[in-house]
Design a protein around this ligand. Structure first.
Ligand SMILES: [Cu+2]
Length: 141
């Protein structure tokens, strides 16, 4: 008597109870390796209306890509080129690293740069350098 009632009820709940952990495991597995796939940024830096790179400093490994995302109504740049700096203290490149400049990043836009050379990079935003829009990327070997 009770078997006929409990069996149909148990089956669906048993299925979903097994499916949930499986989906979770699949999601965790998908997130892990995806960071290593080409094109996935190892770190994300936001560009804000407060004229900041947030976080100020990110740490990645050699060969990693960093993505900058504008959350701002203003145009920003991601620039690590001594020739474009108003103040030399706002820019630093490790020995052997090439200067780079995003050009103008429109509101809501993104920019990516890959860092093959280890060391500490200090970069700035051209329109807001003297307002203190400076950031750092530490690339570990
Ligand atoms: Cu800016």
């Amino acid at each position: 008597m009770t078997r006929l009632v409990t069996k149909p009820l148990d089956r669906p709940s048993g299925r979903s109870a097994r499916a949930a952990p499986l989906l979770l495991a699949a999601a965790v597995l998908a997130l892990g390796p995806s960071a290593a796939l080409a094109g996935e940024p190892a770190a994300v830096v936001r560009m804000t209306d407060g004229l900041k790179f947030a976080p100020f400093k990110v740490t990645v490994h050699a060969g990693d890509t960093v993505e900058w995302r504008s959350e701002s109504v203003l145009v920003h740049t991601v620039t690590a080129d001594p020739d474009l700096a108003a103040r030399q203290k706002d820019v630093h490149l490790p020995e052997g690293a090439k200067p780079f400049d995003s050009g103008n990043i429109d509101p809501g836009g993104t920019y990516r740069h890959t860092f093959p050379v280890p060391g500490t990079y200090r970069y700035f935003c051209i329109p807001h350098e003297t307002a203190g829009m400076i950031g750092e990327v530490v690339v570990e070997g």
